[in-house]
Write a protein that binds this ligand. Structure first.
Ligand SMILES: Cc1cc2nc3c(=O)[nH]c(=O)nc-3n(C[C@H](O)[C@H](O)[C@H](O)COP(=O)(O)OP(=O)(O)OC[C@H]3O[C@@H](n4cnc5c(N)ncnc54)[C@H](O)[C@@H]3O)c2cc1C
Length: 103
């Protein structure tokens, strides 16, 4: 079967599954980074060398990939950094060295 034929067959199957409605599949190519080996070392930690500047976001260093779980965990870690700083405590997190290539 040709590529166009396979595509039409898939569309027909989808129509059977969801009915002939206004539903559409929306694809966003390259919407998230490729989680391939060796990328983690480029993720910055929540604590930064700039006073009163803390990072949160799925791209920061935490145990999950770029995901909603990662975004939430990064927010918790960032809040810990702020709380430690306000309380005058030593940081509870271990500092992650910044990779040479991003300096
Ligand atoms: C198509 C798609 C599907 C996904 N599906 C899933 C899924 O099924 N499960 C899952 O776990 N994750 C999924 N993700 C990933 C998940 O959405 C992200 O990991 C998560 O939303 C990241 O949260 P964040 O708070 O780090 O960043 P964001 O949600 O990107 O928030 C950053 C915010 O900062 C704002 N901003 C940017 N620059 C500035 C500026 N200069 N000034 C002010 N505001 C600014 C942006 O407008 C945005 O609102 C998906 C992502 C995409 C794109």
């Amino acid at each position: 079967m040709t590529k166009a034929g396979r595509k039409r067959k898939t569309q027909e199957k989808l129509l059977v599954l969801v009915g002939n409605s206004s539903r559409r599949v929306v694809k966003t190519p390259r919407s998230v980074y490729a989680a391939i080996p060796g990328r983690n070392k480029f993720r910055p930690e929540q604590r930064t060398p700039i006073p009163n500047f803390t990072l949160a976001g799925d791209f920061t260093s935490q145990k999950f990939l770029g995901s909603m779980e990662g975004a939430v965990l990064s927010g918790k870690l960032a809040a810990e950094v702020v709380a430690d700083s306000l309380a005058g405590r030593l940081p509870t997190q271990r500092a992650k060295p910044i990779h040479d290539s991003v300096m």
